[in-house]
Ligand binder design. Structure first.
Ligand SMILES: Cc1cc2nc3c(=O)[nH]c(=O)nc-3n(C[C@H](O)[C@H](O)[C@H](O)COP(=O)(O)O)c2cc1C
Length: 378
């Protein structure tokens, strides 16, 4: 059995669509299928001219000279065709639409009634019944964004020679290609893999697997915080640093193991790992509530980390946290990533930077680390 997939994302293999498609194809292979993935962005596919020459003067052959004849030949012999596309303005991407429009040389122009609908019969009788899988992801959290896309594919396969056998739709899809979330999303990729095997073995996705694939990737609250923090971190980040005046008061490092949040933050520069920081330039703001409320920030610049009390006007990352939560994290009693997913604290700004904190500040801030750090900085 041949499973042929078309990836319609302009990001190709670096995109979110591919993060669902590849485990699906792995599952199909594990079930014994031969698989092939074609990234449409890598091919020359011109738009349909609407001339219908492929139906009249040169039946089955388009006037456009590009890579499309090879793809039509591949489609003719595939048992299962996977259309994998990001959602663009409630439907397929432009790449995918161009490609789908160019499908018409495979049809015969005559209009006939089959079942209760009128349709164009296929040009080639030896084509296997086309079993179609739709895979898509979208940026918004609401699944209703897919309604037009799904309707398109129902119509696209609405004849006795075709069938839409499976649909995988993932909202919040921009999370899929985030390196720091790959472990967290393992359950979703596993379900996509299972779906690939099931489509090959059973001809459909089981309700159990479908139920997993239909789940939200994370809670709406956490998603909104992660997504907006990401965009905030991407918008003109270098601008923030221009002409910056140090607005806070320098914090002195603690002389003994600290039991206060202020002490814990002022001790963070002592365990700062210069190698892990590389050429990082960032400001990490702590907006602290709870038992020990306060505003503190860490400035990382030119291989150095300094702590300040006060509010920075353009932090790279802001951590809004009760003091008790951050103390528990810095003492190693609470896992930082898990605590955020559970909503124990929230962030604005660069999520990647939050994920890097463990590497940037290995160990608990303590006076005992001071000598080591001072030597490193010499
Ligand atoms: C031009 C454009 C239009 C988009 N339209 C929608 C949309 O209508 N609804 C939505 O939820 N996301 C929309 N998105 C977001 C994409 O679906 C989202 O970024 C997706 O993860 C991209 O997948 P990819 O990485 O495989 O290309 C749009 C993105 C672009 C660039």
């Amino acid at each position: 059995m041949k499973v042929l997939a078309f990836n319609g994302s302009p990001r190709g293999k670096r995109g979110n669509t591919d993060r669902i498609l590849q485990p699906f194809m792995e599952g199909a292979r594990a079930a014994g299928a031969e698989t092939e993935t074609i990234c449409l962005k890598d091919l020359k596919i011109k738009p349909c001219l609407g001339c219908f020459t492929c139906w009249t003067k040169t039946p089955g052959v388009c006037v456009q000279k590009d890579d499309m004849p090879i793809l039509l030949e591949e489609i003719r012999h595939a048992d299962i065709t996977v259309y994998a596309t990001p959602l663009y303005i409630f439907t397929v991407s432009g790449l995918m639409k161009n490609f789908m429009d160019r499908y018409i040389p495979l049809l015969n122009p005559h209009i006939i009634k089959r079942r209760e609908h009128y349709t164009h019969p296929r040009r080639y009788e030896d084509m296997p019944r086309s079993r179609v899988v739709l895979i898509s992801n979208c940026g918004f959290p609401e699944r209703h964004h897919f309604s037009g896309l799904v309707e398109t594919f129902h119509r696209f396969t609405d004849d006795p020679d075709s069938e839409l056998v499976a649909t995988i739709l993932c909202s919040m899809g921009e999370l899929l290609r985030r390196p720091e979330l790959q472990d967290f999303l393992g359950w979703y990729y596993e379900a996509a893999r299972k779906a690939g095997s099931e489509v090959v073995e059973l001809g459909h996705i089981t309700p159990e697997t479908q139920a997993i694939l239909d789940k939200e990737l994370m809670s709406l609250d956490v998603f909104l915080s992660v997504a907006n923090a990401y965009w905030e971190s991407q918008i003109a980040a270098p601008e923030r640093e221009k002409g910056a005046v140090e607005p806070g008061q320098p914090l002195q490092p603690p002389t003994a193991l600290s039991t206060t949040l202020r002490g814990a933050i002022s001790g963070m520069p002592l365990v700062f790992d210069i190698q892990a920081a590389g050429n990082l330039q960032a400001v990490i703001q702590f907006d602290v509530s709870g038992e020990e409320p306060g505003q503190y920030y860490l400035r990382i610049n030119e291989g150095k980390c300094s702590a300040f009390e006060g509010k920075h006007p353009g932090p790279t990352l802001t951590i809004h946290t009760p003091s008790e939560v951050w103390m528990a994290i810095s003492r190693g009693e609470l896992d930082g990533a898990q605590a955020m997913m559970q909503g124990s604290y929230t962030i604005d700004g660069d999520l990647n930077l939050l994920i890097r904190l463990k590497d940037l500040f290995p160990g608990v801030p303590a006076a005992s680390g001071a000598d080591k750090q001072i030597q490193k900085e010499k």
